[in-house]
Design a protein around this ligand. Structure first.
Ligand code: NI
Length: 299
């Protein structure tokens, strides 16, 4: 895969704060936050712990932020950072689709958000189609966060595709936790959504990846239809491979390729002509897929 430049820069050297060290941080953050604009962890919500990230790096916290506004409704001296914003997206009402009885296909897009993701969202909206986006944390961090919010607002599902897109089985267990936890935190902060799906980069998983996924409440979503769109960047080939899917299939694509996005209208037309509904993973499995378990899709 191709990743654009790392917008997070120094985030490459994480150091998790948890347990005792987090408590120390909380002690200091209140007085410090009232003097400085510290990004991320200063909202009243964060202080009561309801959206606390699994991991927080000093580098993230030190990132310059828009100046927080004082919110009179939140008590004396309360600071509203963008964790407490009231512009978090609202998902459309959940649909009840019985994929046991009608033809469903789950289109999935990995590795973004990227330059072609917004045009892809325009296309999906035009067809009333929902999809699942397995996002890479460092791709989303910063400018991509508004795209995450749009995905949620338009009924798409978000899944965790790690922070850096490594081969997870090569990492230590704590590094696996960090990769998943950081992206989990970013999406929660940007959208208010707690993801329940993950996809291991390259489809590489093992018992430790399964254990960490289970710990974070994430089902492991693989696929049964691979468009190989990263290799064959030709819209007609991508559309043909995608439409080989049968009912209940999970189709793997990547929204970082222009050719993939160009393939989407024709594959949507083809599937629609065959009576398919375009569903998210949670819709495909009729609720919450089991954390840690692997799902491949398929008839
Ligand atoms: Ni990937």
């Amino acid at each position: 895969m191709i990743l654009r430049g790392d917008p997070a820069g120094p985030l490459a050297a994480p150091a998790a704060l948890s347990g005792g060290s987090m408590r120390v941080w909380r002690v200091w953050v209140v007085p410090v936050a009232s003097l400085f604009a510290i990004w991320g962890c200063t909202s009243p919500i964060a202080l009561v712990g309801s959206v606390e990230p699994a991991t927080v790096t000093p580098a993230v916290l030190a990132r310059p932020a828009p100046a927080p506004a004082v919110s009179p409704g939140l008590g004396p001296g309360a600071i509203r950072s963008h964790w407490a914003r009231d512009d978090l997206p609202v998902s459309p009402r959940a649909r009840r689709i019985d994929c046991e009885r009608i033809r469903c296909v789950a289109l999935t897009f990995d590795d973004g958000p990227g330059a072609y993701t917004e045009p892809l969202l325009d296309i999906l909206a035009g067809y009333g189609a929902r999809a699942t986006f397995f996002v890479v944390g460092r791709m989303a961090f910063g400018d991509g966060e508004s795209t995450l919010r749009r995905m949620v607002a338009e009924g798409h599902e978000l899944g965790n595709h790690t922070w850096d897109h490594p081969q997870l089985p090569l990492l230590s267990q704590s590094a696996i936790r960090e990769e998943l936890g950081r992206t989990q935190w970013l999406v929660k902060r940007a959208t208010g959504v707690t993801m329940i799906l993950m996809r291991p980069p390259y489809g590489l998983t093992d018992s430790r990846v399964a254990a960490e996924s289970r710990q974070l409440g994430l089902a492991q979503i693989l696929w049964n239809v691979d468009t190989l769109d990263w290799r064959d960047q030709d819209p007609s080939i991508v559309a043909r491979r995608a439409t080989e899917a049968g009912p209940g299939s999970i189709v793997l694509m990547h929204d970082i390729h222009r050719s993939t996005v160009q393939a989407v209208p024709r594959l949507l037309d083809e599937f629609a002509a065959r009576g398919y509904r375009f569903v998210t993973l949670s819709e495909l499995y009729g609720g919450r897929p089991a954390p840690g378990r692997k799902y491949y899709g398929g008839p």
